[in-house]
Design a protein around this ligand. Structure first.
Ligand code: PLP
Length: 400
């Protein structure tokens, strides 16, 4: 792959109202028109540089959306008030009663719950499959299939989706491939690999400071326009609008994302390699032992590394709990859900972010009770931090 998302973002200067180097923040829900005719015209079609009402578009959100669009190599993008807002609006825009979705079974628990418990209310039904098994995906395709849904790097097992092959399947059957790229911004460019729509929880790496909840959708102009259509767009009518002050702060953080991703990746690679050398069961796609290591090497934008996420199998729930408590005591980071923060965060997915998935299904996909997920931080001395992780691991093994 020869795509540099960071340079794409940097290759564009935004000037504020007074030549400010940060664009001015729009502090308005509504906008003046110089004539009633102009207002009427805007209700009918888009007018470059004109805004109607901030639930649909506002200039600050547009700056951020445009930067994200350049990052993902999409024609257009929209920002939302959360990652779930991005996912739910995308799906509700694409699917209606009677339609079906084929989804990877290893996805974020909130998305899983939305698919399993919420969508059937609208007669939209989801088949959960092992999306690494293309035959299993193909077996569920029918004329009702509207969407194939995967995470580029799955939560929490870090399975790497075969986006080009899934895109080909989607294209053959008239479906849309929707990819949640939350774990791997800049590392994967799913639209360039054939996906139709990319979503992110910007709450995570893109923002990077764990001080807000936000999301985005990147896709064709046609899809984003449909999402924001005044009369029929899920984004417009369900109203998951991101506040412009938040958009402005996320845009500033976006400009250091490339540096952060490289450091997250370098640190996670160090921790994963060291732990594996100690005989600990580690899931990290940068390790040769990871089942999709070669695929990842082939599909990634290599300069951003293999990502900041890794999972460790401690064997039992008791050990997982003891390990996490010990890591917090050793000041490795925080026992907290979420990811992409500058400090290391850790949680036990089976008892937090994936708890929505029934126990037997979790076992079938290898999401054991002893699994601990780490979002490795930007530590300057990762060797010191790794010693602390090892000490915590040994303490947990001795205690539980
Ligand atoms: N997608 C993934 C992979 C996630 O991990 C999460 C949240 O943890 C979401 C989507 C939902 O994002 P948000 O919490 O911003 O709604």
């Amino acid at each position: 792959m020869n795509f540099d998302p960071a340079s794409e973002i940097q290759d564009f200067l935004i000037f504020g109202e007074f030549g400010d180097v940060n664009p001015s923040i729009t502090d308005s829900s509504t906008y003046t028109f110089m004539s009633p005719e102009k207002m009427e015209e805007l209700f009918e079609h888009e007018i470059e540089g004109c805004f109607l009402y901030s639930r649909q578009w506002n200039p600050t959100n547009k700056y951020l959306a445009d930067a994200l669009s350049r990052m993902e190599g999409s024609e257009a993008a929209q920002v939302t008030a959360s990652g779930m807002g991005a996912i739910s609006n995308t799906i509700l825009q694409l699917c209606g009663a009677g339609d079906e979705i084929i989804s990877s079974r290893t996805i974020y628990g909130g998305t899983y719950a939305f698919f399993k418990n919420f969508l059937p209310r609208f007669d939209i039904n989801v088949h959960f499959v092992d999306a690494l098994d293309l035959d299993a995906v193909t077996a569920k395709i029918s004329e009702k299939t509207r969407v194939i849904y995967v995470e580029s790097m799955s939560n929490p097992l870090l399975e790497v989706a075969d986006i080009p092959a899934l895109a080909e399947l989607a294209n053959t059957h008239g479906a849309q491939l929707v990819v949640d790229n939350t774990f791997s911004p800049m590392i994967f460019s799913p639209l360039r690999l054939g996906a139709h729509i990319v979503t992110h929880s910007m709450t995570k790496f893109i923002n990077g400071t764990s001080d807000c909840v936000a999301g985005c959708v990147c896709s064709s102009k046609e899809f984003i326009d449909s999402l924001m259509d005044i009369n029929s767009g899920a984004g417009m009518l369900l109203g998951p609008v991101l506040d412009s002050f938040r958009s402005a702060s996320i845009l500033k953080n976006l400009h250091s994302l490339h540096i952060r991703m490289k450091q997250h990746s370098n640190n996670a690679m160090y921790v994963a390699s060291r732990l594996e050398k100690e005989g600990i069961k580690v899931y990290y796609p940068g390790l040769a032992s990871h089942a999709q290591h070669e695929r990842m090497k082939h599909l990634m934008n290599p300069e951003f590394g293999f990502g900041g996420m890794l999972a460790i199998d401690t064997g039992t729930e008791k050990r997982a709990n003891a390990f996490m408590a010990a890591m917090q005591e050793e000041k490795v980071g925080y026992l907290a859900v979420s990811l992409g923060y500058f400090k290391t965060l850790f949680s036990s997915p089976g008892h937090s972010t994936s708890s929505e998935i029934p126990h037997d299904e979790r076992m079938a996909m290898g999401l054991t009770d002893g699994l601990v997920r780490l979002s490795v931080g930007l530590d300057n001395d990762i060797a010191r931090s790794t010693e602390r992780i090892l000490r915590a691991y040994q303490r947990a093994q001795a205690e539980a």
